[in-house]
Design a protein. Structure first.
Length: 374
């Protein structure tokens, strides 16, 4: 199926969406509806995809040692992150090229987040301009940023993000070079004809970020192998927006990030798309949370597909979680309504798991839920 074939497909109806209860069912639908190239780009990981696989299995292998005889008749999953209200501890993670999934792209995703009361982190590689996304948003918008070779362009993009009304940044730091994603290479990934990476358009001469095969050729100019801690300090000194650092798997790096001005840590391995063999985020999270969670919020992404995964992440010390691929699966199925259904499935499952675990509040989700009583 080509990208143009996808554009003429009709969205699933409300009735059809209401009969979907699992995130994996949305992935199966996306596989049928998306072009081979688009699905490979969204779904694939680096190398043999071991880290991609372990991101999920690590959550699945944990048991919940649930409490009983707790009054859970009244429950609240509401929380806050950097003074942002969240209806439950979830953000939409930055993912690229939403218009490959649906013609309304990131705008549809932002509207769904607004109706659900959760923040959206917009990718630098979005196919909708940040100004247009913020214009339709009804919940907080964060922006994911790379620091590339052209610091003047990075500064110009940052000023656009500030003017648009974004409330925070997530600086991706795990990408000095692009990982080798074989699925992308085999399907000849490129930005589809007629589609643009709106935030990377440049008026001056130079690469536009739209040509080439594979992510390294297409977007190589957006990153730099010279990225180091002084660049984080530079960014924190350049803006009043809180900067979260995304792509951390070590406690020493988390601590250094905080010393350099980071206001939050995102435990992430880029969805298994960079270093194959990196630890799953569920394994990295507890160490990092123990090291820095008393000073800054900690978010985790990677492999989260169930309400139980969210509860486990919070029990390990996370403030909230992010999801990426499930949003793209919902978007491909039914645009805004598909994304909203994905969020609703997770929200309802999380509420149910809280009740069944004996947790009426977020504060009651503690580490002992993951350990057998002594």
């Amino acid at each position: 199926m080509t990208t143009s074939d996808r554009a003429i497909q009709t969205d699933l109806t409300s009735e059809q969406l209401s009969n979907i209860y699992r995130i994996d069912d949305f992935e199966a639908i996306a596989h049928e509806r998306l072009s081979e190239m688009a699905f490979a780009y969204y779904a694939g990981g680096a190398g043999d995809e071991r880290t991609l696989s372990r991101n999920r299995s690590a959550w699945e292998e944990m048991s919940i040692w649930y409490r009983v005889m707790v009054d859970v008749s009244k429950r609240s999953s509401a929380t806050t992150l950097l003074d942002m209200p969240l209806s439950f501890p979830l953000l939409v993670a930055p993912t690229a090229l939403h218009k490959m999934a649906h013609s309304e792209g990131e705008s549809a995703t932002a509207r769904a987040c607004g109706s659900a009361g959760i923040p959206m982190v917009v990718s630098s590689l979005s196919t909708t301009a940040i100004e247009d996304i913020c214009a339709v948003a009804r919940s907080p918008i964060l922006f994911q940023l790379y620091i590339g070779k052209d610091r003047g362009f990075t500064t110009e993009l940052l000023r656009r993000v500030e003017r648009a009304g974004c409330v925070a940044l997530q600086l991706t730091v795990d990408t000095p070079v692009w990982g080798l994603r074989e699925r992308e290479m085999k399907t000849g990934f490129c930005v589809p004809h007629g589609m643009s990476i709106a935030n990377l358009d440049r008026k001056s001469d130079g690469p536009k970020g739209h040509t080439g095969v594979g992510i390294a050729e297409t977007l190589g100019w957006t990153i730099t192998a010279s990225l180091c801690w002084k660049d984080l300090e530079w960014l924190c000194g350049l803006t009043k927006l809180p900067v979260m650092v995304k792509g951390i798997c070590r406690t020493d790096d988390a601590q250094t990030a905080v010393r350099c001005g980071a206001k939050g840590i995102v435990v992430s391995n880029h969805g298994g798309r960079q270093l194959d063999g990196a630890p799953p985020t569920a394994e990295a999270l507890p160490r990092i949370a123990q090291a820095v969670a008393s000073r800054v919020p900690v978010i985790v992404d990677g492999g989260i597909r169930h309400g139980g995964d969210i509860l486990k992440a919070l029990a390990l010390g996370a403030t909230a979680v992010q999801i990426g691929r499930p949003i793209l699966w919902g978007l491909s199925a039914a645009g805004e309504n598909g994304v909203r259904r994905v969020i609703d499935i997770l929200a309802q499952d999380f509420d149910r798991v809280m009740a069944l675990s004996g947790c009426p509040t977020i504060a009651s989700i503690t580490r002992d839920l993951l350990e057998p009583p002594r």
